[in-house]
Design a protein. Structure first.
Lengths: 493, 401
């Protein structure tokens, strides 16, 4: 940490969504942001996702960022909310511009403008969210064929995340995903957010899914912090002269001595009627309409579409009707064309298929043994993981319950350190702190949250989770293709 | 008895050796072992025009075996009333006609269907000797087995990974055989010939005989194995039967009643004690020489299972009502009993020990010829437990309703 820090920063915005970024650095007054592996006030076991954020304040003397100033330089780009979700990124250098690291990549929200007053200059504030924001509200449905392919292919959580993100339109080059550790037999999207489902499947597998400051979507599996170089070797060593604040506390957000994980096994059913309408569809003459057929359970295979059509005089009109189905995992869109000059009634109308049946019916329960004495006088605290559809086998549930229990049975030791910012730091980086007044040896932890400010200086506050509380055999696990029986290593979860 | 779906783990260089993945591998391997000792299918041979039912199509090829001899002859085979074979060639030594269900019959995977075999003859003898739905184009096909690696304890790091991957590949290659066939059997009161496929060493037949000077004999592949059987259980060591079947061979089981009365209760196979099991693993376990021994159990178990099961999926259909007031037996190896009962007399489920009250089954109709009973609703019927069925026209066990 020695040496002179020369701060530089660059703020880039793609106002036209063309891939051509404009350097807005000269207008930026300050910025702040944060990123975390878990939402505020929520334990890291919650399974909820979090979107990193940034707030930037822009100097607006010329009306450049005013959406109502027709003479503003960006008027056409930001009027009527046109700047919504404009891609942006902020990069920071602390060595005079020799190298920059991104501290945020994402999309802008809508601006808030403050006019010139006697005490303040005119400014515009933008909130920005990391790349999840762009896809978060995009509802996706997988096709029936994709559902079957996931099952037939024996895909892991990583493969499924790829499928979900591809369906949402995320380019392959924007993903960096760890190998999957669990085969998840059944996965589908039925008008659901791919991002939310990626959060859910990552949580089901003890991992994390998020977009990093470089704008890439990351999936870090359960063992990531024991295999990734940034987590296995110290990325930042701090002594008393390197930080300006250092606090340690014990947290109880994730303090439990019992962990229950529910599993939802599913199996392939027999060929059956998987959809029939409750009310009889009536199609006016010479019209087209789309009937959305939503099934009670997803369909592994479609055996056929059956229908007949008649007019209200009882005359057969089936030959005058065409129905073109598009089969999704849990619904079908039936494009109906009535070529007859009569109003027709569709009866019967049914879809035959092979449903996927099953639901929550298994549980795995792990109870503290290693710290049982601590809990004797305190009573049980139980963490229940329920309703995650991606936990589908008892063995999967068993691994997850033990994994979570090992992280929860002791009060969580957390360090918070404030320091001159290091823009290259990332979540999960291994950081070591030496501070004789508080620690006999050293505190080594993984970065679980970064809060930063850029206002004349670049500062960070890091939140660190103690490494040994995450992994009992830190650095001593058996690595495939590296160790053998003589290596004396241990099995992971 | 949930349906088994194998999910062998994937192993990649650089990842940690996961106890969870090893346990998943154990779960799969033990499930395969379970399939190896699970009851097999029992086909009822018949010389009359008959219909056999599959409640689910699982595999691709339908093998219909029959013998025909005598005068003018036509043999007709229908799948769901669609004629797929109609031929007058005589086969005194037997033949097996193979139908690719992807090409004929119009039966989708998962759909129910029937197979009808009928004979038109003037002076003739004929017998449908076997019907097998099989993943292979030959009824004795064994599928493609991926042989697992052997563990020595001195593996290099690269060999260790390769051997692990080999175990998962082996499990994958056995995915079809954990879908065990429906294992119901007819309980005949008269002479009956069955077709079975050997899995274990001992054939166990329990029957009740009575009447005046009863005379019931049991034959395996035409060799007398029980002469003048008495009421009770008869254990036949198939290893000692002259001309008897090897493991995985189809074999003919005849129970011949010459005089008296007879009711066959159970037809089962049993094996020697099989002690090898796939091990359990835990977080923090030391991966040393002891672990090498544990890993070796997988290889042993999978090879032993393959020796019994092969690697190809197959199933046999059940015959429709070959005599009045038919009786059936089954072990609860699957959750759902599919049955036909279209008639005035109600069908029922019966406790073989006659302790629990009978359970009436609702009738079926011509329009809806099949119904389903969830065997999990019988609280006294344990997994694998024995159950009798009375008066159903046809029965079938399946994992799904």
């Amino acid at each position: 940490m020695a040496g002179t820090r020369q701060l530089r920063f660059r703020l880039w915005v793609d106002w036209t969504f063309s891939g051509s970024y404009t350097d807005e650095s000269q207008y930026m007054i300050d910025a702040s942001g944060d990123m975390s592996i878990s939402p505020p006030s929520s334990g890291m076991t919650s399974g909820q996702g979090i979107v990193s954020q940034m707030r930037i304040t822009m100097r607006n003397a010329s009306g450049r960022f005013s959406p109502l100033r027709t003479d503003g330089a960006l008027y056409s780009a930001i009027r009527d909310g046109r700047g919504y979700h404009a891609p942006c990124y902020l990069e920071v250098s602390v060595n005079g511009g020799s190298s920059y690291s991104r501290v945020f990549t994402g999309v802008l929200k809508l601006p808030q403008e403050s006019t010139l007053t006697s005490s303040e200059g005119p400014t515009v504030t933008f909130d920005a969210r990391s790349m999840e924001e762009k896809y978060l509200q995009r509802r996706i449905s997988l096709t029936q064929g994709q559902l079957a392919a996931i099952y037939d292919g024996g895909l892991t959580e990583k493969d499924i995340i790829v499928t979900f993100l591809n369906a949402a339109g995320v380019a392959g080059g924007d993903m960096t995903l760890d190998p999957g550790l669990f085969v998840v037999p059944w996965a589908w999207l039925d008008d659901e957010s791919a991002i939310e489902e990626c959060w859910s499947i990552a949580a089901a597998c003890g991992g994390r899914f998020y977009a990093d400051p470089d704008g890439e979507f990351l999936y870090e599996n359960m063992e990531h912090w024991q295999t990734a170089t940034r987590s296995t070797s110290v990325q930042l060593a701090l002594g008393r002269n390197d930080f300006d604040s250092f606090r340690i506390h014990l947290g109880d957000d994730d303090l439990y001595n019992v962990v229950t994980v529910e599993a939802s096994p599913r199996v392939i059913g027999g060929v059956d009627i998987i959809w029939e309408p409750d009310s009889t569809p009536v199609i006016p003459p010479g019209t087209s309409t789309t009937i959305v057929a939503r099934y009670d359970a997803p369909a592994y295979a479609i055996a056929g579409l059956q229908f007949s059509a008649a007019d209200q005089g009882g005359g057969a009109r089936t030959s005058s009707v065409t129905i073109t189905p598009t089969y999704y995992a849990q619904r079908a869109d039936l494009a109906v064309v009535n070529n007859a000059a009569y109003q027709i009634i569709l009866f019967p109308l049914r879809i035959l298929g092979v449903p996927v049946i099953g639901g929550p019916e298994l549980e795995s329960r792990s109870v503290s043994v290693a710290n049982a004495a601590y809990w004797t006088d305190r009573g049980d605290r139980t963490l229940s993981i329920r309703g995650n559809p991606y936990i589908q086998t008892s063995s999967h549930a068993g691994v997850l319950s033990q994994f979570l229990l090992d992280r929860c049975e002791y009060p969580r030791l957390i360090a918070q350190v404030g320091l001159p910012g290091v823009p290259s730091l990332r979540l999960g980086d291994r950081v070591q702190i030496t501070d004789a007044p508080t620690i006999t040896s050293t505190f080594t932890g993984y970065i679980s949250a970064i809060r930063w400010t850029l206002a004349g200086a670049f500062r960070q506050e890091l939140e660190l989770i103690h490494t040994s509380q995450m992994f009992a055999y830190d650095g001593n696990y058996f690595v495939l293709n590296t160790h053998n029986f003589a290596s004396g290593r241990r099995a992971f979860y | 008895m949930p349906q088994i779906h194998l999910s062998p783990p994937l192993w990649q260089a650089g990842e940690l050796l996961s106890a969870g993945k090893l346990n998943q591998l154990s779960s799969d391997a033990n499930a395969i072992k379970g399939a190896a000792i699970a009851p097999g299918a029992t086909f009822v041979r018949n010389g009359n025009d008959s219909v056999w039912h599959f409640r689910r199509r699982r595999w691709r090829y339908l093998h219909v075996s029959f013998t025909t001899a005598g005068g003018f002859f036509m043999t007709r085979i229908q799948i769901n009333a669609t004629t797929v074979y109609n031929n007058g060639t005589l086969y005194p030594s037997g033949t097996t006609q193979v139908f690719d269900l992807d090409a004929v019959g119009g039966v989708a995977v998962g759909a129910a269907y029937s197979v009808s075999v009928s004979y038109t003859a003037s002076i003739a003898t004929q017998e449908t000797t076997g019907i097998v739905e099989h993943t292979a184009a030959t009824r004795t096909g064994l599928g493609s087995y991926s042989t697992p690696a052997s563990w020595s304890g001195s593996e290099t790091a690269a060999q260790f990974l390769s051997d692990l991957q080999s175990l998962s590949s082996t499990v994958t290659s056995l995915a079809q055989v954990v879908i065990t066939p429906s294992s119901t059997w007819l309980r005949p009161t008269g002479s009956t010939v069955f077709e079975r496929r050997r899995k274990l060493r001992y054939l166990v037949v329990n029957l009740t005989v009575g009447g005046d000077t009863p005379n019931v004999d049991i034959f395996v592949n035409s060799t007398t194995v029980v002469n003048n059987a008495t009421t009770g259980t008869h254990v036949i060591d198939l290893n000692g039967v002259s001309g008897g079947p090897s493991v995985r061979d189809y074999y003919r089981l005849e129970i011949r009643r010459t005089t008296g009365t007879m009711l066959v209760n159970t037809i089962e196979e049993a094996g020697d004690v099989w002690s090898t099991a796939a091990p359990a693993w835990s977080h923090g376990e030391l991966i040393n020489a002891g672990a090498a021994t544990k890993l070796g159990y997988y290889t042993t178990l999978l090879n032993e299972s393959y020796a019994i099961l092969g690697a190809a999926g197959w199933q046999m259909p059940q015959i429709w009502r070959p005599y009045e007031h038919p009786r059936w037996g089954l072990h609860k190896t699957k959750r759902y009993l599919h049955y036909m009962r279209n008639g005035s007399l109600p069908a029922s489920l019966q406790d073989p020990a006659s302790v629990q009250p009978d359970i009436s089954l609702s009738s079926t109709t011509t329009e809806e010829p099949w119904s389903t009973y969830d065997l999990d609703t019988i609280d006294w019927l344990a997994p694998g437990g024995l159950l009798y069925v009375y008066e159903c026209d046809c029965v079938w066990l399946d994992d799904t309703p």
